[in-house]
Design a protein around this ligand. Structure first.
Ligand code: FAD
Ligand code: FES
Length: 263
């Protein structure tokens, strides 16, 4: 097998696909929260890579990515067959800090965020809780996989097509109101607005949490500054730009600059 060779590429649900690449070296090094920068073969602009979170790795050297088809690159990826080969750079970026036995890991995810946080759940010494939000039931993925890891899974949909009707932060507030739950450590990945709301809630409750800020990326290695977000800084503005590909994508909730600070 060649490095970057596709072993499987199948529809998971609706517009979500799962691809397994043969990538033994990357699998040995990968940590939860890191990403792979993939040059997708067969697209007109082959230069630009697309970043995808490392969803899973296996001892046989299989790297799993779960992706949603949203544009030309992911459309082309979905049409690739076993035996096709992509150039994969990685693992890149800073990972989540591992969960320890005394923690209850609480994962807050939206859309492909469930894929980006799966490895943290798989590697966690104690099972935790997944709060998964989406606009509609079609975008809820990997719930059975998290349940198989022993995680308690709660879902929310904005159109109330499944689970709690509303945003995932509603589920988070319910959980935070339960005073019996202690030692919660939060891990979040999803749309920017969701991450900002989740980060503020984590800080308001004095808890520990990390956010994966998956900004649009270009080079993926810190050279172009296409991927910056605001983080707190000890200067007159109170913030500076940080490159999500290099200093992130994972940041502590307490590091992120919120335009409105948590009350
Ligand atoms: C660190 C990181 C990890 C990621 N992990 C995953 C993953 O595990 N699974 C997955 O499906 N996607 C993931 N993404 C998003 C993925 O990179 C984009 O969906 C992909 O590059 C789109 O390529 P495209 O050519 O199909 O679409 P394009 O034509 O490039 O874009 C189509 C639409 O998607 C939007 N878009 C592109 N990139 C992003 C982004 N980063 N965030 C929000 N909107 C975006 C564009 O603004 C546009 O509206 C990740 C992004 C980053 C930065
Ligand atoms: S994508 Fe180029 S610096 Fe981050």
């Amino acid at each position: 097998m060649k490095n970057g060779e596709i072993i499987r590429n199948k529809r998971l649900k609706d517009n979500y696909f799962r691809v397994d690449f043969y990538s033994p070296e990357l699998c040995k090094q990968a940590k939860a929260g890191q990403f792979a920068h993939v040059k997708i073969c067969g697209i007109p602009n082959k230069v630009l890579r697309r970043p995808f979170s490392i969803s899973d790795v296996s001892s046989e050297g299989l790297l799993t990515i779960i992706y949603k088809v949203v544009g030309a690159g992911t459309e082309a990826l979905s049409s690739l067959k076993p035996g096709d080969t992509c150039d994969i750079m990685g693992p890149l970026g800073n990972p989540f800090s591992p969960s320890v036995k005394s923690d209850i890991p609480v994962i807050i995810a939206g859309g492909y965020g469930a894929a980006a946080t799966y490895l943290i759940a798989k590697n966690s010494p104690s099972p935790g809780i997944l709060l998964l939000g989406a606009r509609t039931a079609k975008d809820l993925i990997l719930t059975d996989e998290f349940k198989r890891l022993g995680f308690e899974v709660k879902v929310s949909t904005e159109d109330a097509s499944e689970g709690y009707g509303g945003r995932v932060t509603g589920l988070m507030e319910e959980l935070l109101a339960d005073k019996n739950r202690r030692n919660m450590k939060f891990y979040a990945c999803g749309p920017h607005g969701m991450l900002m709301a989740a980060g503020k809630l984590i800080l308001q409750h004095g808890l520990d949490g990390e956010l994966s800020l998956d900004h649009l990326m270009c080079c993926g290695v810190g050279a172009c500054f296409a991927c910056v977000v605001k983080v707190k800084a000890d200067n007159s503005d109170g913030w500076r730009y940080a490159r999500t590909c290099k200093e992130g994508p994972v940041f502590k909730a307490s590091e992120v600059y919120y335009d409105l600070e948590p009350e």
